[in-house]
Design a binder for this molecule. Structure first.
Ligand code: ACM
Length: 524
């Protein structure tokens, strides 16, 4: 009886710790560590040193570097990899007189530092110069590593444009939640947002959001804009320091109005071209060899800017009708021995897959790339449900789960009347939290192909950064937990308690978010 009481008390204690995502293993210890200006750091080697800098930046304390651990020091250490620590894992021990953090990589140390930060008061997330100078860090032993390697968030900067500063702010908060993939939706109908030097019209014309037939800005304002290659490099290197991989998306062969308006030869035209290039008849590319070559040239520049293994090529929502009705496209289908328009789409993606593979990269696309046959090296991003992910995994391909039902953060998060207008749908916080990324239809081997999970922020109805942030958080917090934490530790009641702390942190750092309802339901 006494033992049981002690155990349950012990349990209650650890779940009071304001950690989000919840770590793989947590044990509370007695006492606390006093962190203040007399605390020293032992950090040898580049990885330890760069993470010591993060800790200094986060705590705004001096944390003098010393050679040897002593009373009141924090030791950051790189150790040999083993199964218990993994590539991104860490072990953190907060004792009464010393903090030990070890990992086998800089990423692991970084995640340990994020956990240590979460043990400090929320006010330390503020940019105020010195929100405090002495903290009692609860003593604890944590052993942690992520469940999935792809913990993603997508931002659509085509429908409405966001500056590099606005993007970096999102990256900071993603990293604090141990999210590690930023999928940057850079091209679509209304705007081409990435400078391609070989094809200047893509940004000179294509970024102006000048179109007349496809989705317009919701506020009637001009949302033109693009990132120069210098700005792209800056964001990619900023993300790298946060251990976030930036996966660029260059849409093809659909959702291509901005590209076609810039270079009409890429398009499908049934009649004489109109004088206004934005009067594009179809958002489809035409599938000519010259169009494939154009996109290979674009990808050459993209690959130079983005070190990511995966390059996203879209592939979704290709309206097959304009291809069906176009004599030249039908000729191409016949010449290539293809059966139909689905196979033309598949042919297109296969060409690009071959090109990316030959350059040591991997193609990822929305689940429509399954139609007409999946390209050899392709990874599938399952969005119209989970079936695309299941089909890919069963065929031995990798998949990332991002179904509209749970992972579309542009959908309404509450039925309350004051919600900003959204595209539709209903994805409240508890629904996000309840999502299980590995479909039960997969056996153990097939399940290994599920790389992870991703939340998507499409911006047809989102024109301002504060609105975009409101849609992202706290659903991004729930996403972080299902992407990182072991399935068995997921617990809605405990999550909501920890989330209250987390929202204090978001508030301190000036991130907008949707507040929980009074009943703690998060928007039901
Ligand atoms: C998508 O939402 N069209 C991928």
């Amino acid at each position: 009886m006494i033992l049981l009481a002690a155990l349950s008390l012990h349990h209650k204690d650890i779940h009071d710790l304001p950690l989000l995502p919840w770590p793989s293993q947590v044990e509370a210890r007695v006492g606390s560590f006093k962190l203040d200006d007399s605390t020293t750091i032992v950090a040898k080697g580049r990885e330890a040193k760069e993470n010591a800098d993060f800790l200094r930046q986060a705590t705004k304390l001096t944390l003098k570097n010393v050679g040897k651990p002593g009373e009141n020091s924090i030791v950051l250490r790189i150790v040999k990899p083993d199964a218990s620590i993994g590539k991104e894992g860490y072990r953190l021990t907060v004792g009464n007189s010393e903090v030990d953090l070890e990992a086998s990589t800089s990423a692991g140390l970084f995640y340990g530092v994020q956990t240590l930060r979460q043990l400090l008061p929320a006010a330390t997330y503020s940019t105020a110069p010195n929100p405090g100078s002495s903290y009692q860090v609860p003593a604890v032993t944590i052993s942690d590593q992520p469940r999935f390697s792809w913990r993603g968030m997508m931002l659509d900067v085509s429908r409405h444009f966001y500056t590099t500063e606005e993007v970096k702010k999102m990256l900071d908060t993603m990293a604090e939640h141990k999210l590690n993939v930023f999928h940057w939706h850079l091209t679509d109908e209304p705007g081409w947002r990435i400078e391609i030097r070989r094809y200047p019209n893509l940004t000179k014309l294509g970024s102006l959001q000048n179109y007349d037939t496809f989705s317009k800005p919701i506020d009637g304002q001009n949302h033109g804009g693009f990132y120069t290659q210098t700005e792209i490099r800056d964001v990619v290197s900023y993300a790298k320091k946060l251990h976030i991989t930036v996966v660029p998306e260059i849409e093809m062969p659909g959702h291509s109005v901005a590209a076609i308006a810039s270079y009409p030869d890429l398009g499908v035209w049934s009649k004489d071209r109109k004088t206004n290039p934005w009067a594009v008849e179809s958002s489809n590319l035409n599938g000519e060899e010259s169009t494939i070559k154009f996109y290979e040239n674009v990808l050459d520049e993209v690959m130079k800017l983005f070190p990511s293994t995966w390059i996203h090529v879209g592939g979704d929502e290709v309206d097959k009708r304009p291809w069906k009705e176009n004599r030249r496209i039908q000729e191409l289908i016949k010449q290539r021995g293809l059966k139909n328009e689905d196979e033309l789409q598949s042919w297109f993606i296969r060409q690009i897959d071959g090109y990316l593979t030959a350059h040591g990269r991997r193609l990822i696309g929305w689940d429509e790339i399954l139609e007409g046959g999946l390209a050899q090296g392709a990874t599938v991003m399952s969005w119209r449900g989970i079936e695309g992910g299941i089909a890919a995994a069963k065929a031995g391909h990798d998949a990332v789960m991002s179904p509209t039902s749970h992972m579309y953060f542009d959908y309404y998060q509450s039925r309350a009347s004051g919600e900003p207008r959204a595209i539709g749908g209903f994805v409240p916080l508890d629904k996000v939290y309840a999502y299980e990324p590995v479909p039960s239809a997969l056996n153990e081997n097939e399940a290994k192909h599920i790389l992870g999970v991703q939340g998507n922020i499409w911006c047809e109805y989102i024109a301002k950064p504060s609105h975009m942030e409101y849609m992202a958080w706290p659903r991004g917090c729930a996403l972080a937990e299902l992407a990182w934490s072991p399935k068995e530790t997921r617990n809605w009641g405990q999550f909501i308690i920890r989330l209250r702390n987390d929202l204090q942190r978001l508030k301190a750092e000036g991130m907008n978010f949707r507040m929980l309802d009074a009943d703690g339901n998060g928007g039901r």
